[in-house]
Design a protein around this ligand. Structure first.
Ligand SMILES: Nc1ncnc2c1ncn2[C@@H]1O[C@H](COP(=O)(O)OP(=O)(O)OP(=O)(O)O)[C@@H](O)[C@H]1O
Ligand SMILES: [Mg+2]
Length: 506
């Protein structure tokens, strides 16, 4: 009987090979059933796994059974031979399939059997737990031993059980990992917003953190960044997140008010302090008492006033113009500028001591071109705002969004906001890339389905050529070249500078 044992060994060996192929559980099970057929002659077989939620055994894969029959075959614990093998954890063998009432024929296989098949159901076990059942229909020849068959099936069952546990664990880990990945991604994609400051970039997120932290203090804040990056917005956010939010937020634009008026505006004056001062008037610092003073464009403040501002910051005291009384003020100071104060200090245009007094908490807002990942959320935000305002439902196509992301936005968020407003006003439905203003498309390289020929670039190149041509013709006498071109001298000068044309002297 040695031959049979070798046959059984081959079976186990083949199953081990399948399991080592790195398949997933269902694929592996399907291959094992094929092995049971080709190496052992099992005409039909299936593997059922217990579903802990539904509390039933469900066939995972079958061989030699129709799909419809497989779907029908669901076993409760203890139900039929399969259910019994599962419940008791011991193998069950039926030799009289045709007449045995315990065989429920759920898979309808009896109708197709020859009558001499043996039905073996072995539990699939792992570490004392039964997780499912492997069922096999096989005709045994007189030389084959059913006992040996059961023994090898038990071994295969254990191998499947171990593989099942492993797959379960891998699947669980994969799911956990997937969930974690999703959460992280969501976290990354989440739009950060506080008091109208919107963004997803690292810099905006950090900025929002700083804004939240400094809001609760009375520290002086200096906000720097290019024009239109959101400095004023940040100053307001700080005020409205602070304990001073119910008190005034007073903005003083140091660049917009003429020097002569600025001092009176800031500090107030007494009657008769200067010609025209018929009454006394409170200054902005007094008006802001208890609240926040926002000194916008502080870089443009004249030097003599800088000393007075320094005094307010140091002593929280002011004096009216033409008055002698010292007035105490309780204000928080936030300053902003798009100029480089350090350079102004070096050039002697800004007091160094004031610079240090202001720069207690510096907040730098990077230009939009350095945080392009903020562009889509800002576009969506402004779309919503202006669709609301104009009662429209304008959308942006993905290609148009791409073009908006490629553009450099020298005017930063303000330019983006104005652009979106114009788009909403001018268009209906979905805006394509070709609908965007030409200067935005000009940066797009050729290629891309929606891209226009770069008209503005072409025009500029031609214009430059024509100017050089005219200059050559006139021996670089600009006034004559301008006449040929139909430009004023100023217009020509502007273009010479713009295109970086070299003026040859003769
Ligand atoms: N992160 C942002 N989220 C939403 N809106 C923004 C953001 N940054 C700027 N804006 C909007 O862009 C416009 C320009 O911003 P803001 O006036 O604050 O810029 P600024 O830096 O003060 O410019 P300037 O230097 O010219 O004074 C405003 O309408 C503002 O609401
Ligand atoms: Mg501003």
């Amino acid at each position: 009987m040695a031959g049979i044992e070798i046959k059984e060994l081959t079976l186990v060996n083949e199953v081990a090979k399948v399991l080592s192929r790195g398949l997933d559980f269902e694929e592996a099970v399907s291959e094992i059933l094929k092995v049971l057929y080709s190496f052992w002659g099992a005409e039909a077989s299936f593997i059922a796994i217990y579903d802990r939620n539904e509390k039933v055994l469900k066939i995972v894969k079958a061989f030699g059974l129709s799909d419809r029959d497989v779907r029908r075959a669901i076993f409760r614990k203890g139900e039929g031979i399969t259910g019994k093998a599962f419940k008791t954890g011991i193998p069950i063998v039926i030799t009289d399939l045709a007449s045995n009432p315990a065989f429920l024929n759920k898979t309808r296989i009896r109708d197709r059997l020859k009558g001499d098949e043996v039905f073996i159901a072995v539990p699939i076990k792992v570490g004392g737990d039964t997780v499912g059942v492997m069922a096999v229909f096989k005709t045994f020849s007189s030389k084959e031993s059913v006992e040996k068959g059961i023994e090898s099936l038990m071994v295969v069952g254990t191998m499947i059980g171990m593989f099942y546990r492993l797959s379960e664990r891998i699947e669980r880990e994969r799911r956990e990992w997937e969930e974690e990945r999703k959460m992280l991604q969501e976290e990354l994609r989440k739009t950060y917003s506080i008091h109208g400051i919107i963004g997803v970039s690292e810099s905006v997120r950090n900025l929002i953190e700083v804004v939240k932290k400094v809001a609760s203090t009375d520290s002086t804040v200096l906000i720097t960044g290019e024009s239109g990056t959101g400095k004023s917005l940040i100053a307001k956010a700080i005020h409205f997140l602070s304990g001073r939010k119910d008190k005034p937020f007073v903005t003083i634009n140091c660049a917009a008010i003429p020097d002569t008026l600025l001092e009176a505006e800031l500090f107030g004056y007494e009657r008769g302090a200067f010609t025209g001062a018929h009454t006394s008037k409170k200054g902005k610092f007094e008006l802001a008492d208890g609240g926040t003073v926002f000194l916008d464009e502080i870089g443009d403040m004249p030097l003599y006033l800088q000393a007075k501002i320094l005094r307010v910051i140091q002593d929280r005291e002011i004096e009216h113009l033409g008055g002698e009384r010292v007035i105490k003020v309780d204000v928080r100071i936030i300053a902003a500028t798009n100029r480089d104060l350090e350079v102004l200090v070096r050039e002697g245009k800004f007091r160094e001591d004031l610079y240090y007094r202001l720069n207690v908490i510096p907040i730098h807002v990077p230009p939009l071109r350095e945080r392009k990942e903020d562009i889509p959320v800002l576009v969506e935000h402004f779309l919503e705002k202006f669709n609301d305002k104009y009662g429209k439902n304008v959308k942006i196509s993905p290609e148009a969004m791409e073009a908006l992301m490629e553009y450099n936005w020298p005017g930063n968020v303000r330019e983006l906001e104005n652009t979106v407003e114009r788009i909403v006003v001018m268009h209906e439905g979905t805006v394509r890339a070709v609908d965007l203003p030409p200067h935005i498309l000009a940066v797009r390289r050729r290629g891309g389905t929606e891209t226009l020929q770069n008209l503005p670039e072409t025009i500029q190149a031609t214009e430059k050529e024509k100017i050089i041509e005219a200059l050559e013709k006139t021996g670089y006498v600009k006034s004559r070249a301008a006449k040929i071109l139909g430009y004023t001298l100023r217009q020509l000068d502007y273009r010479i500078k713009k295109y970086g044309i070299e003026i040859k002297k003769f």
